[in-house]
Write a new protein. Sequence first.
Length: 647
Amino acid sequence: MSSTMATSPLDIIEAPVPLENIALKMKEKDKGELISWCDQKLQACVQSRIAFEQQWYMNMAFYFGRQYVAWMNQSSSGLSRLYEPPAPPYRVRMIVNICRRIVRTELTKVTRQTPQYYVVPNTTDDDDRMAAIAAEQIAEYQIRELQWNKKFRMAAQWMLLCGTSFLKEYWDSTKMDPSGVMGTICLDPVTAFHMFVPDIQEETMEGQPFAIHTMLKDSEEVKQNWKVNVQPNVEVQGGALEQRFFNALGIRSNMPQKNKVQVFEMWCKPCVKFPQGALVSWGDKQLIQVLEEWPYTRQEFPFAKLDHIPTGRFYGDSSLVDLIPLQKEVNRTHSQIVESKNKMAKPQWKAQRGSVDVGKMTSEPGLVVLYTPGFQAPEPVQPPSLPSYVIDELERLTRSMDDLAATGEITKGNVPPGITAASAISYLQEENDNRFAPTVSSIEEATEKLGKQMLAFVNEYWDEARKVKVVGDGRLMETREFSKADVKGNTDFVVETGSAAPRSRAARQAQIIELVKMGVIDGVTSLKYLDMVETGKLYEDAQVDARQIAREHVMFKEGQDVMVNPFDNDEAHDLGHSNWMKGEEFSNLPPEIQQKAVMHWNEHKMRMMQKMQAEQMQQAQMGGPPVGNGSPISQRAAPTNPQRNGQ
């Protein structure tokens, strides 16, 4: 089990103008009252979710293969833990972990597609439209730098195990970003174990009056960052989550112990006690930081919630809740079959008392059993054979578990008898995955919230220009400099509805091939979207001209002179340059750069005209029909005034 979730780094967030930490100036009496108030709120949250937490531990136990555990109350201490009741030596406890297979399948479904997004400009003005494009490029860069896919996969796994998980996005002014400027955006997955809210009946995160996030930190780190000397109060092996799980199972580890400080962080919305909101951090009965103002201009919690199965309450449910009773029955049936097999292979014996020395009866092959004359010879006890419905019950149980988790034959790659049409198979797959619609909606909503918060950080903190790597024309990586002046407040990050839904790659490929047959797209373009390793390499090999054209566009934007080479593909350059000159990027270039680009384009067109005339003369000499009449090349006139082209 990874410890990243429990020990994810988190530094207290600062605004561009650092908010004053009044914890160091408060009187001891006031500190004690505030800590007492925060602890009361925390304990109320802990008590309200005990039933949920017990289910989470049970889900984890079944996922990790501890499937014969039960809760045992310890009345003397008031604690409870999971334990495995003892069984006789002959009792077989088989574990066929179908729960793990189903969770892995669900994880594949919910992480298969990356949500598609765009930034909506504030107005229809060209400045806002260009700022929205810059914001999209910044968002794409930040998603790569934050390792979004990895962090989301970790959060999604805990969402499937517990029903709910979180992604936390925050600004860390003490770290340096890749461009060498202090201050960077951070993203951490957070489990349901580490998040406390007061209102269990409120489904949304923003509907909560406050949220408490608990973390583990080194005591030296707390002292260095916040000038507060907090004594270690937690001894763990590995991470906090592992330790709590081991404690619940009653497992003691011999690993070296690491002393940690448990830090609680309360994000409080505006209330009577804190009219402008607050951020309070404490640990081991000591106040670490108090900000009597919301740290960010965007008045939302820095947490995005991921839900699996809606329950009408704050914490969702996992499919393991329904699968655990069936998993128990599967294990029990398998165990009974193995016990019956063991009895057949090594049967019990019956003999008259005193007729044989029982101690000499072993399972040794070829053993001669001597018995007392006059007594009946010992004979094996034939156990009754298992009825056929026991074997059939296993199939029924497995099928029921697949039906509950929507991982039936379609998901496994099997097709019902009589179904052969690709459209019918795609329809069945879509209907099978429709059960994930609430989960997909939760993922898209969380992505949209994080994207808006990300751009809000850029708009708030990027005073200096920062280097950003973006994908330019021809899939070429370019390095550009952006600051908040380039975003201009365009932070409306929107995720396309349904873009994160699981889709069949085979169905998409069949649809693209059909578009090629209809002539909607050409064969080279289809290689880009077939989503295959082989076709991706073929497409890249076919983009030699496109990458050269993209490099020339970069040279134009930098004010360089671009020569027409003898080996240039004039037709490809004609189309590539003309499409670029129709865009907003070209229209915003200085007139002198536009003039250079137009002259370069005209040179390609002149070479194309000369080539066409040479072919016509050659055909005339050979007595063939003329070529080029009605050609798009001859019909497309080159612009002579750059001010009229794109402006």
